[in-house]
Design a protein around this ligand. Structure first.
Ligand code: ATP
Ligand code: MG
Length: 549
């Protein structure tokens, strides 16, 4: 793996400073996903930041499942998340589950009750909201706030044993109903949920809330720098309150950074889930999805994603990053790695009338003109080949340099051909071209005769392998993730076009699944749909873009 992040960022500066001043001796970070969906490119930013920061200073990073909400979580997501983090190139030190700490969390809640800092409240959610007040008006105390410690201990124990229905009671912290920070107005610490947890089964009938659970998880694991997104900034005083009042032996600190937003991309798990459940896409790993698994299936590489995460850096205010920047890093990474081969997407047959029938020859083609280390291959050439329908026009406009009646073009890696005759079907559609080739013009022989302006790609008909190509465009038409809730109204009807054609025979055994198809773009074998009979390729990224770093 390449060197860890050396881009300066404010969190890195804090970490380096804490080490220099001896405030911490060893750095521990964590990546804490909730297993309620697949990871997306926004999570990748957080993963890279946490792992690379710890790596740089010889620290460690835990992968921790924040599994405190059983009704939405599932083992499927736990597995997929581990696979994605590993694929990105990171190794966690400890694999942790918040649910492993449920007993300790319960004990810490009991401690708060004993200290007079928590109480069982029977208000309905609606009443609680009303009494909480607003940014401009103070809240009012719950009538249940004065319950005795004994009563609270008894009720909390009975909440745990499942005596009360969902929503009938909560455990709340007793802090300050007049605090200007609404998060400190007696926040809920525990709720009742008669739900089966994917790991603890039916053992628990109460589950801790994020604001209570998260600081405890961090402290239990000895996390030193707990990095989260900006919307938790106002929760930090509560985070610190929980650590302190629960008398945790270690003292993690929370730091907030701006979440990643990308143009033409929705990134909330809730919305991605909607796309999956409504069948808009073919699963969480549909190559149009911004999930790690979708990007992987599309052909993105971990190296490209890591470079992107480094380049966008760590900011303190939210912004939207141009999705072309991510594509730029994909292109940069594939440029030297991908085999450059030929694929014909909408084929048109060409018969080379002066090429001897029944004969063929093998022509040398380099695999990547910019990276000789990838070697060369031999490609067949004979009397019948395919070119793209788009590379021929019967009545071309001026400055058209591709094939038209009487015009001569170069075939990549092969010869010059001239179009002599156009064959049409009964409906008047062009179905075949009859051309002649010039044996003197063989590629690589230093032919310095006539010049031609067009170079076409092609495949030999008798050796071509039928293939399917999935041309991908952004799934979402407009820019901002949070814009309204009419997700289905924002879909791009052309997000995926399926096209039939041919690739060079033998590509499937070339030992790679990523290709640059000459003049088309970078493509990757679709891991799910491809079969020995019909290879299926996803467009990873087009060849060029006006985007500049
Ligand atoms: P979502 O809103 O997409 O469901 P989440 O924050 O609820 O995301 P979690 O599984 O709780 O998802 O997130 C795990 C970690 O990933 C958290 O630390 C969170 O801050 C971080 N994270 C999530 N989305 C982004 C994003 N867009 N950019 C950067 N970090 C993110
Ligand atoms: Mg969440």
């Amino acid at each position: 793996m390449e060197a860890a992040a050396t881009n300066s960022n404010f969190i890195r500066n804090i970490v380096l400073d804490d080490l220099a001043t001896g405030k911490v001796r060893a750095v521990v970070t964590r990546f804490p996903p909730e297993p309620n969906g697949y990871l997306h490119i926004g999570h990748a930013k957080s993963i890279c930041l946490n792992f690379e920061l710890a790596q740089e200073v010889g620290g460690q990073t835990n992968l921790r499942f924040d599994d405190t909400n059983p009704s939405k979580e599932d083992e499927e997501f736990v597995k997929a998340i581990q696979e994605d983090v590993t694929w990105l190139g990171f190794t966690w030190n400890q694999l942790c589950f918040a649910s492993d700490y449920f007993e300790e969390m319960y004990e810490r809640a009991v401690l708060l009750i004993q200290k007079g800092l928590a109480y069982v409240c029977d208000l309905t959610p609606e009443e609680m909201r009303t009494l909480r007040g607003t940014l401009t008006t103070p809240g009012q105390e719950s009538p249940y706030r004065r319950r005795t410690m004994e009563e609270n201990l008894d009720l909390f124990q009975r909440m745990r044993s499942g005596e009360f229905p969902d929503g009938s009671k909560v455990l709340r912290a007793k802090i300050d109903m007049t605090s200007p920070n609404i998060n400190l107005r007696d926040p809920v610490l525990y709720r009742i949920a008669h739900a089966t947890h994917h790991r603890t089964g039916d053992l628990w009938r109460i589950y801790p809330m994020y604001d209570f659970a998260h600081p405890l998880e961090d402290a239990i694991e000895g996390v030193t720098h707990s990095i989260c997104t900006l919307e938790f900034e106002d929760h930090r005083p509560l985070y610190d309150w929980v650590i302190e009042q629960c008398e945790m032996p270690s003292r993690p600190r929370q730091y907030e950074f701006a979440r990643l937003n990308l143009t033409n991309t929705v990134m909330s798990k809730r919305k991605l889930k909607q796309l999956v459940e409504e069948g808009v896409v073919d699963g969480w790993d549909d190559p149009r999805m911004p999930t790690i698994s979708g990007l992987r299936r599309r052909g993105y590489t971990p190296e490209a994603i890591r470079s992107f995460a480094r380049e966008i850096g760590v900011a303190k205010s939210n912004s939207v990053v141009d999705a072309h920047m991510l594509e730029y890093f994909v292109r940069e990474d594939l440029k030297m790695k991908a085999l450059r081969t030929m694929a014909v997407l909408r084929p048109l047959k060409v018969v080379i009338t002066n090429y001897p029938e029944g004969e063929s020859e093998w022509l040398e083609a380099e695999n990547n003109a910019e990276n000789p280390a990838l070697g060369a291959r031999l490609i067949p050439f004979s009397r019948e080949i395919y070119i793209e329908q788009d590379d021929f026009m019967e009545s071309p406009p001026p400055k058209y340099f591709r094939l038209f009646p009487g015009n001569e073009v170069r075939l990549k890696h092969a010869y010059f051909i001239r179009c002599e005759e156009v064959v049409k079907d009964a409906a008047g559609r062009v179905v075949e071209l009859r051309c002649t080739y010039d044996p003197e013009t063989k590629s690589g022989t230093g032919f310095a005769g006539r010049k031609v302006k067009g170079t076409l790609h092609w495949v030999d008909a008798s050796h071509a392998k039928a293939a399917q190509f999935r041309l991908i465009e952004p799934l979402i038409l407009d820019d901002v993730d949070e814009a309204g809730d009419d997700l289905l109204g924002r879909l791009n009807p052309r997000s995926m076009e399926v096209v039939e054609g041919y690739v060079e025979e033998g590509l499937e055994i070339a030992g790679s699944d990523k290709f640059q198809f000459f003049r088309h773009g970078y493509f990757s074998v679709d891991s799910r749909l491809t079969s020995p009979e019909l290879p299926v390729f996803n467009l990873t990224v087009s060849l060029k873009s006006s985007f500049q770093l």
